[in-house]
Design a protein around this ligand. Sequence first.
Ligand SMILES: [Zn+2]
Length: 106
Amino acid sequence: MLTLECPYCGVTAEETELAPGYEAHLKRFGPGSTDEQFNDYMFARKNPKGVHFERWRHAYGCGKWFLAARCTATLEVFGTYPAQVGAPPEDIIAKIKARRPEWVME
Ligand SMILES: [Zn+2]
């Protein structure tokens, strides 16, 4: 079972206590964007087998949204961090590169 530590309340929560919010760090497109940009924002997702950055909500805890870096194939968690950042923190990137030297950030 997937377990993630909520960066706000510090609780290590099981997957059943969390609600998924899917891909993190999406670049949003709205009015003024092209149809292709808006289509990609609405429907195109990476869905990789491997390192992935996701949004999660501590639904049966503090209720806050946070982000997690994990491997979708092994459920290995590299870290969680607050949702109010535009990119993954450097310490989490370093942890991923230490464990997955072949990985490159897209
Ligand atoms: Zn929490």
